[in-house]
Every structure is written in structure tokens, then in C-alpha cells.
Design a protein. Structure first.
Length: 406
């Protein structure tokens, strides 16, 4: 069990309280036994003194002390055991407080006379106070533990619902905790209200994006048709390239939005790194070759989204540097270019919509998209400066079966 969990702490608290109650009960029991022993010895001394002085013990005195004589066969058996254990006992005055199965006994001897006394009260009547106190504490402790555990159990359901909501499922059970007036009920209602607002905001954003894409796709499609019927081949080719570029940008915009909203399912399959680079070059309309060291290796990745990562990193390397090179290492792929050193830590550039002079010189929204895609594929973006080279690295790579990073 997680030692930071509330249930672990509750169980630990209950265990400590239970152990403390039992220990306190044992000490209370021993104290009660000791007090009883002292009381019986004091009563025995009074009885023995009266017996020695007057030669007899008034029954009224025994009744006031709550004692009674032990007679018959039981007395004879107990006396025989005492003689065997404490012999010789003759011609002496003795006082013992003994414990037997039936309870405590007072043994009195005055010369050749012997007497056994026992309390008139039963064993239960003498022990009900410590036993009752201990049982009461244990009962109250157990009830409080069960009530607290029952009050906290909905947290596990809320945890499952929050996890499911994070994976794109709609939260269920909104009415299950609506009537609760404790902190758990407040937390549940706050979560469901926030989830409803976020779902409404997400639906509004998706609707807005669909409308924009629909409105933009219509003129792009018409423009491509007009380009096909153009009489001049050079103009037709130029228009075709422009509208093809716009179509790719719209497609990429829609895919980035689906990835950011965690709605795009990833399809992991073996892909060659050189194919990712070629796809990025096509999106950027780059004709010249990019040097690739180890580009023939295959990794397990989602081709569509990872090609956007390659495209953004290649675009940054070309815009803000020169001599771009791509190297595949043991567990990473590196994008190396000569250029100025980053003025801020990499985390600053991966934040969306950062403002200021540094952003104007920096990498815009591209690295934020790179980070979001890499997180979904179990990878991270790293940056280091070696000499005059800026090196951005994606790691760790998961090579396809039969491939090696050596």
C-alpha cells in the first residue's frame, strides 16, 4: 500500500490507537489487581487481629467487608495444597492473599486454627469496570474507524473517474455524491462541475475549429480546380504548388489540434528515420538534401505525429542556424545546426504563447507542439550547446526488432 495514501495513514492511526488502548487496558487491569490485593490484605489483617484478640470472628464484620467463609471439601483441598507449598505453618500467625480459579482467597492462621475467606461478589462483578472500559474504548474506536473509512471510500471512485476523464471518457455518477455535505461531496461536485465546463469549452473549440477548416478548405479546393484549368503551364504549376502547400498546412493544423486535445489515436509501427525526414522535407518544400547519419534505422513510433516533430525541428534548424545535420545515436536522434546559443532555458521555449523579445527571436509555437507530441509517445526533448553547435535531441528511442542503436 502507498504509504502516502490517506487509507494507509488511517489504518496506521487505527492500529496505533488499538495497540495503545490494549496496552492501557492491560496496565489498568494490573493496577486494579494490585489495588484488590492491597484491599484484601488490609481486610485480612483486621480479621486476623479480631480473631486473635477475641478468639472468634463476628459474621457481621465479614458481611460488612463483603467476605464469606470457605467451608467443606473445597476448604480441605485448598488447605492441603497450602500446607504442601508453605510448610511448616504450625504455631505461627500467617496471612496470605492467594489466587485460585474461582477468584482471590484470604488465608488466615492463628496458632492451630486456620481459615479461608473469599469475596462474596462474583468474578464478573469485580472485573466489569476495567473490562467494560476497555470494551467501550475498543467499540468507539472501531465505529470511528469504520465511519471515517466509509466517508473516504468515494475518493477511490473519484480517482478512477478523474483518470477516465483524463483519458477522454465522460465522468459518471454525478448524482452519487450530490447529497453528501462533507468535504468529499464538495470535492465531487466541484470536479463534476469543472469537468462539465471543460467539456463544454472543448466542444466549443472543436466546433470553432471545424468551422474554420471548412471555410478555409472551400477556397483552397476551388483554387486548386482553377489552377488545373489555367492555360499557362508555369502559372498552373505555381498555383498548384501554392494550393497544395495550403492544403498540407490545413491538414497539419487539424492534426495538431487533435493531438493537443488528446483525441488522436497513436499507431506505433516500425518507421525509418529517413522516411520521417523526407516527409518533413515535403511539408517544408525543401529540395536540398539534409545529411543524415544512421537514417536507415527503424524505430517504433507514430509516423504521422512524429513527422510533425521532425518538420518543426528541421524548420527551426534552417531558420535560426546553418549546416543542419541529423545524427542517430545509441538511444536518441539529434538535430545539429550552427547558430546562436539559446538565451533562456529550453523549458521557456516549450511554453505556448510566451511573449517578449526573446520569443520574437525564438522558436514560436513549434517547440510546444514538439513537446506535446513527444510526451504522448514516451519521449523527451533535450538541448545542449557544444562549441558553436545547437543540438536538440529526442530520446529515448525504441528501435524496432532487429535494429541496434550501436
Amino acid at each position: 500500500m502507498n504509504r502516502h495514501s490517506l487509507f494507509f495513514k488511517l489504518n496506521l492511526l487505527f492500529g496505533v490507537a488499538l495497540l495503545t488502548t490494549i496496552i492501557a487496558g492491560v496496565f489498568l487491569w494490573r493496577h486494579w489487581r494490585m489495588q484488590e490485593h492491597i484491599q484484601l490484605r488490609m481486610q485480612g489483617r483486621l480479621v486476623l487481629r479480631e480473631w486473635h484478640r477475641n478468639g472468634e470472628i463476628p459474621e457481621e464484620m465479614l458481611g460488612m467487608m463483603g467476605l464469606e467463609r470457605l467451608r467443606g471439601k473445597g476448604q480441605a483441598i485448598l488447605l492441603a495444597r497450602l500446607h504442601a507449598r508453605f510448610a511448616p505453618l504450625k504455631n505461627r500467625r500467617h496471612l496470605f492473599v492467594l489466587r485460585s480459579r474461582s477468584g482471590p482467597l484470604i488465608y488466615l492462621r492463628d496458632r492451630d486454627r486456620e481459615l479461608l475467606l473469599r469475596p462474596e461478589s462474583t468474578l464478573w462483578s469485580r472485573q466489569w469496570l476495567p473490562l467494560g472500559l476497555m470494551a467501550g474504548f475498543l467499540l468507539i474506536l472501531t465505529i470511528l474507524y469504520l465511519l471515517l473509512r466509509r466517508a473516504l471510500l468515494p475518493l477511490k471512485d473519484l480517482e478512477r473517474e478523474i483518470r477516465a476523464y483524463g483519458e477522454g471518457e465522460s465522468p459518471r455518477g454525478q448524482t452519487r455524491y450530490a447529497s453528501r455535505r462533507d468535504e468529499v461531496g464538495t470535492l465531487a461536485r466541484t470536479f463534476y462541475e469543472s469537468a462539465g465546463k471543460l467539456r463544454h469549452l472543448q466542444e466549443s473549440r472543436q466546433l470553432f475549429l471545424r468551422n474554420i477548416l471548412h471555410e478555409l478548405n472551400t477556397p483552397v479546393t476551388k483554387g486548386r480546380l482553377l489552377a488545373e484549368i489555367s492555360e499557362e503551364s508555369e502559372t498552373r504549376q505555381m498555383l498548384h504548388s501554392i494550393f497544395e502547400r495550403l492544403s498540407l498546412l490545413l491538414e497539419e493544423l487539424a492534426q495538431i489540434e487533435r493531438i493537443s486535445a488528446a483525441q488522436e489515436g497513436l499507431e506505433f509501427r516500425p518507421v525509418r528515420i529517413v522516411d520521417l525526414v523526407d516527409q518533413a522535407r515535403d511539408r517544408l518544400w525543401i529540395e536540398e538534401e539534409i545529411p543524415i547519419e544512421g537514417g536507415g534505422r527503424r524505430i517504433l513510433a507514430d509516423f504521422a505525429s512524429l513527422s510533425i516533430v521532425f518538420k518543426n525541428l528541421i524548420d527551426n534548424g534552417i531558420k535560426y542556424g546553418r549546416d543542419l545535420q541529423i545524427r542517430v545515436g545509441e538511444d536518441r536522434v539529434e538535430f545539429c545546426s550552427i547558430g546562436p546559443k539559446l538565451e533562456y532555458p529550453l523549458e521557456w521555449y516549450t511554453r505556448p504563447y510566451s511573449r517578449g523579445e526573446a520569443r520574437a527571436k525564438g522558436f514560436g509555437l513549434g517547440l510546444y507542439i514538439v513537446r506535446e507530441i513527444l510526451e504522448r509517445q514516451g519521449m523527451e526533448l533535450h538541448y545542449r550547446r557544444t562549441g558553436e553547435w545547437n543540438i536538440f535531441a529526442l530520446s529515448p528511442l525504441q528501435f524496432a526488432e532487429g535494429e541496434s542503436g550501436d
